[in-house]
Design a protein around this ligand. Structure first.
Ligand code: HEC
Ligand code: HEC
Length: 92
C-alpha cells in the first residue's frame, strides 16, 4: 500500500513541472507582446467631447455621424468589425 502511493508521486511531479514551464512561457509571451498599435481616440475639436462622456457606449453612438460610409471620414475599406469603437481606439 505504502509503496503504491509513493509510485504515484512521479507523474504528479512531472505534471507540476510542465505546468510551471507552461506558465513561464506564457509570461514570456505576454511581456514580449508588441506595443498596442491601434490609434487612440484623437484629442481634437472633432473628438474632444467624446473624451468627456463617461460611458463608452454612450460616446460611441456619435461616431457614425462622421465615420459612416457616407460621412466626412468613412472608415478604411479593410477596417476590422467596428462594433464598440472605443474598445480598440482607446481614450487616453
Ligand atoms: C464631427 C465628426 C467626427 C465625429 C463625431 C467623430 N470623428 Fe473620428 N475623425 C473625424 C475626422 C474628420 C477624422 C480624420 C482627421 C482627424 O484625425 O481628425 C477622424 C479620425 C478618427 C480616428 C483616427 C485617428 C488617427 O490617429 O488616425 C479615430 C480612431 C477616430 N476618428 C475615432 C472616432 C470615434 C471612436 C468616434 C466616436 C466616439 C469619432 N471618431 C467621432 C471626425 C469625427
Ligand atoms: C476590433 C477593433 C476595432 C474596432 C471595434 C474599431 N476599430 Fe477602427 N481601426 C482598428 C484598426 C486595427 C485600424 C487600422 C489602423 C490602426 O492601426 O489604427 C482602424 C482604423 C480606423 C480609422 C482610420 C484611421 C486609423 O487610425 O488608421 C478610423 C477613423 C477608425 N478606425 C474609426 C473607428 C470607429 C469610428 C469605430 C466604431 C464605429 C471603430 N474604428 C471601431 C480597430 C478597430
Amino acid at each position: 500500500m505504502h509503496n503504491q502511493k509513493k509510485g504515484n508521486r512521479k507523474p504528479l511531479l512531472l505534471i507540476n513541472t510542465l505546468f510551471v514551464l507552461f506558465l513561464a512561457g506564457l509570461l514570456l509571451v505576454l511581456f514580449n507582446a508588441p506595443e498596442e498599435t491601434t490609434s487612440h481616440l484623437p484629442h481634437d475639436p472633432n473628438h474632444e467631447q467624446f473624451h468627456a462622456i463617461a460611458s463608452k457606449k454612450e460616446a460611441e453612438k456619435n461616431c457614425g455621424a462622421c465615420h459612416d460610409p457616407d460621412g466626412q471620414a468613412p472608415l478604411p475599406e479593410n477596417h476590422p468589425p467596428k462594433f464598440r469603437c472605443l474598445f480598440c481606439h482607446k481614450r487616453k
